[in-house]
Design a protein around this ligand. Structure first.
Ligand code: ZN
Length: 443
């Protein structure tokens, strides 16, 4: 590899166009045609059933056992343990494509280098926080005691790689500097912060730490639950600031630990907080993620869509929870996904609920109470609207908007029929409203 050069965009496009996933995979795996797709034994895990599928129509592969999947370049990288560039060169040779190179700008080089350094530092910090939690006297007395008090099991603490930030406000910063990590990256990752006098301090001092992982299991950020008995702290939670490796609008807490179960169950539960994820996970509901305290975004919904089309919203039963639910419904519908709501009893959140019940009771509750989102929304909006024409008109308008964003015709029609019944109006009236909104969307 020549230093300071990269394969130019046009060559990369040519390689992607030429690389046929069936041909590329067939060099390594015995594939059998089955209808429109090809199946075989997965080269990445020791499964007993042929769970490895190749979809020529989409030019991708996917294993339903270990969940590895992607395009031809991903396959070569994974199978041959090659870098991105090496995989491109391999495919260019296979398809006789001439490689043109262009210079890497110093900015590009700096960008990739800084990302690598930040991820390495987060890995170091995660391990340090974990050792503080288990091996440090203060960590055990405060952090570990807190987690066990919340009835989190040893296994859960390990699976989610939980940790503790010591109350000494320079503990992690100094330890990282001593180990050769640069101050610049401590500040860039947000693990440390500079005060007005350019003194550097730990962001997550006296905190129980919840690392946030990306799909590959790399730690991209942290959430911290502040433990403080002495003062009345206003802030209970802290998290890493936005950075080149951490975008909280695109991350989902628990996605790395949940993805296998999401595919297996073809469903994803969405909750609000880290501890909700932990409690449900250790109660046996492993297909659960949280949106990290921010309002749900379209990017987070698309991240879930990589694994399933079915989302169940499992939010608190309070007003804020209901508001969040209503907002999420339209976004999920617009992505052509299915949404359900699991209402909780008053005064409960998923965390407290999971702690009070065993797995079979939770599953039973889910079966009995999971409600279609739009019917849930319709009932909620109609509540008390019987003798209030304005409220009823608003409800109809609101529901028509929700239905109008559904891309699939059949689904839209079925919802219009069901909702019109619930509201007690003629289907035509509702359809009229839906059509008006659709015409607006299409122009
Ligand atoms: Zn596999």
């Amino acid at each position: 590899m020549k230093k300071g050069k990269t394969i130019d965009r046009e060559t990369v496009n040519k390689i992607y166009e030429a690389a046929n996933i069936v041909e590329v995979v067939s060099d390594f795996v015995n594939l059998k045609k089955s209808g429109e797709i090809y199946i075989g034994c997965c080269p990445f895990h020791n499964g007993e059933t042929p769970s490895f599928t190749v979809l020529p129509a989409k030019n991708i592969y996917k294993c339903f056992g270990c969940l590895k999947g992607g395009n031809s370049v991903n396959f070569v990288m994974e199978h041959e343990q090659m870098s991105y560039r090496e995989a491109l060169v391999y495919l260019a040779n296979k398809y006789h494509i001439e490689i043109n190179e262009q210079e890497v700008t110093p900015e590009e080089r700096e960008f990739y280098l800084s990302r690598e350094n930040m991820l390495a530092l987060n890995e170091f910090a995660k391990n340090t926080f974990a050792s503080y939690l288990i091996e440090n006297v203060e960590g055990r007395a405060a952090g570990y005691k807190y987690l066990r008090g919340r009835v989190f099991h040893e296994d859960t603490i390990k699976t989610f790689e939980l940790g503790f930030g010591l109350s000494d406000r320079k503990a992690l910063t100094n330890f990282a500097l001593k180990n050769g990590y640069r101050q610049k990256y401590l500040v860039d990752t947000g693990l440390s912060k500079l005060d007005d006098d350019y003194q550097i301090f730990d962001r997550f001092s006296n905190c129980v730490i919840f690392p946030v992982h990306n799909l590959k299991g790399k730690v991209i950020g942290f959430c911290g639950r502040v433990l403080n008995k002495d003062t009345k702290m206003l802030l209970k939670y802290k998290d890493s600031p936005q950075s080149t490796i951490y975008d909280k609008h695109r991350a989902l807490y628990g996605i790395y630990q949940a993805k296998t179960s999401i595919v297996h169950n073809d469903k994803c539960f969405l909750v609000e907080g880290c501890t909700d994820v932990l409690s449900l996970h250790q109660s046996g509901i492993e297909n659960v993620v949280a949106s990290l305290g921010t309002a749900l975004t379209i990017h987070q919904i698309r991240l879930i869509k990589k694994f399933t089309n079915n989302i169940t919203l499992f939010y608190d039963g309070d007003a804020a929870g209901i508001h969040a639910t209503l907002r999420a419904i339209d976004m999920i519908f617009a992505e052509d996904m299915n949404a359900k709501v699991l209402p909780l009893p008053d005064d409960e959140d998923p965390d407290s609920f999971a702690n009070k019940h065993i797995e079979s009771e939770i599953e039973d509750y889910i079966t009995k109470n999971e409600t279609d989102c739009l019917l849930f929304k319709t009932r909620l909006l109609l509540d008390g609207a019987d003798n209030d024409p304005i409220k009823k008109a608003n409800a109809i308008s609101n529901i028509a908007t929700s239905i109008s964003v559904i891309p699939a015709d059949i689904k839209r029609t079925v919802y219009a029929i069901e909702c019109a019944k619930l509201i007690g109006i003629d289907e035509k009236v509702l359809n009229n409203e839906i059509d008006k909104r659709q015409n607006k969307l299409n122009h």
